[in-house]
Design a binder for this molecule. Structure first.
Ligand SMILES: O=C(O)C(=O)C[C@]1(C(=O)O)C=C[C@@H](O)C=C1
Length: 432
């Protein structure tokens, strides 16, 4: 399909071949999702096209906070993009992808803490509430889509480690029993010479069983790095064992793609605790100033037309709903604080969702960072079959009314966006 239109600039957690990169490829350039063609360089931006033929540039950024800052500071149209040779964070970003939660290990807390700094304060007088989170760092960020990525982890070492590794590994080694579950390199023996493991902090809990059985914590040090692909890069740069003091070799837990990219040796694959179902849910973020009007649903509508996933605009009135149209269900993400001293304040807030027929699909909390032992609540609520009977405008109006009521029972309230439920839409790419 020929490319047309202005390029979409999309930020993700780099370097290339991270799971965030895979999610970005699958969301924005689905035709390339099963290839590694976009992982040619660890620092560069890759270009391809959406299903609708719109060019897409995927930009690796070094951290989640860099991603949030980049989207927040985006305020001019992408046509005004600065010179292409400038560092990635100087672009005007149309979108970013960021992981929100994993089916095995739960919330990606770093991202939750950043989301707690997003959204416009709905309290008309924020100064009246001492717990108010007014003055958010990223007031213009909104969530416009979700995406579910199956996540499989591999254990990698550098090829240069192979010799030492085999040499050191003897059946007499204690702390032993480190036989890899599935080896893709036939010659490798037990993993007893591994003394350092690198990966993203979210991954330890996804591979807990494998790690507990293979790597005693008193022998093997676990070191957090910025992403799984950064872990693979680190290990690839370790040219010999002396780089970690000569006490053993290092290994990375990363995706198959990251291992391929850095020519690493895979000792074991599918080491996650739940190989059939380990899935990370990503959010697609954008700057709300990029959309034209004030409608609550505009972020997700723009996303659908930008990406061309076969999304259609929803009928705007019930009469437009044909017999053969399957209604789409939308979720909304909201954060709020409550009065912790008043019994029933959380129950009162949650009752509002029920009153308006919104189903609560997830609730999470993070420390408010204003006062100890007080929390920011993250609530996702979904329209129900009652709600989706209306047209799109009615549905958005119902959400607006619900938020207005909710405001009466919350300290500070922020609406973070409305997006299609991809589990109901059947476009989840989640393996059975
Ligand atoms: O480190 C990566 O590859 C990421 O994209 C981050 C991340 C996460 O933070 O959850 C994404 C998906 C996996 O759950 C593991 C790590």
């Amino acid at each position: 399909m020929p490319e047309h239109g202005l390029p979409l600039n999309v930020a993700y957690l780099g370097p290339e071949a991270s799971f965030s990169h895979q999610a970005a490829i699958e969301v924005f350039t689905p035709r390339q999702s099963s290839t590694s063609s976009s992982t040619s360089s660890s620092t560069s931006t890759s270009t391809s096209a959406t299903a609708a033929g719109r060019p897409v540039r995927l930009h690796p950024l070094p951290s989640f906070s860099a991603i949030f800052s980049a989207i927040q500071s985006t305020c001019s149209p992408s046509s005004l993009e600065k010179e292409t040779e400038q560092p990635s964070y100087d672009y005007d970003y149309d979108y970013a992808v960021a992981p929100f939660e994993n089916s095995t290990n739960g919330s990606v807390v770093q991202v939750l803490d950043l989301l707690a700094q997003c959204g416009l304060e709905s309290d008309p007088d924020p100064g009246s509430d001492p717990d108010s989170t007014a003055g958010a760092l990223y007031p213009d960020l909104e969530v416009c889509a979700e995406y579910y990525l199956p996540v499989h982890h591999c254990l990698f070492v550098a090829p240069s480690s192979e010799h030492k590794h085999n040499h050191k590994s003897t059946p007499d080694d204690d702390n032993t029993a480190n036989t890899a579950a599935t080896r893709t390199s036939g010659a490798l023996g037990p993993t007893t010479s591994i003394r350092t493991l690198y990966t993203h902090p979210q991954v330890w809990g996804q591979c807990g069983r494998f790690l507990a059985s293979q790597f005693p914590s008193n022998v093997v040090e676990r070191i957090d790095v910025g992403s799984t692909s950064a872990a693979a890069q680190l290990v690839a740069r370790e040219t010999n064992a002396s780089s970690n003091g000569g006490t053993g070799i290092s290994a990375a837990i990363a995706s198959k793609l990251a291992g391929q990219k850095h020519n690493l040796v895979c000792l074991a694959e599918n080491i996650e605790d739940e190989p059939g179902s380990n899935t990370t849910r990503f959010f697609v973020l954008r700057n709300r100033k990029r959309r034209s009007g004030p409608g609550l649903g505009q972020g997700q509508d723009l996303f659908a037309s930008d990406v061309g996933h076969g999304h259609q605009q929803e009928p705007s009135s019930p009469s437009q709903l044909g017999h053969h149209t399957n209604p789409r269900y939308y979720k909304s993400l909201i954060t709020f604080t409550i009065d912790h001293t008043r019994p029933g304040s959380l129950a009162d807030a949650l009752a509002v969702f029920k009153q308006y027929s919104f189903n609560l699909t997830s609730i999470d909390t993070r420390p408010s960072r204003k006062r100890n032992w007080q929390y920011v609540f993250f609530v996702e609520c979904e329209e129900t079959s009652d709600t989706v009977r209306g047209g799109q405008n009615d549905r958005e109006q119902k959400l607006t009314n619900m938020l207005l009521d909710l405001q009466k029972f919350t300290g500070s309230l922020r609406y973070l966006g409305r997006f299609e439920d991809r589990l109901r839409g059947g476009v989840t790419h989640v393996e059975p």
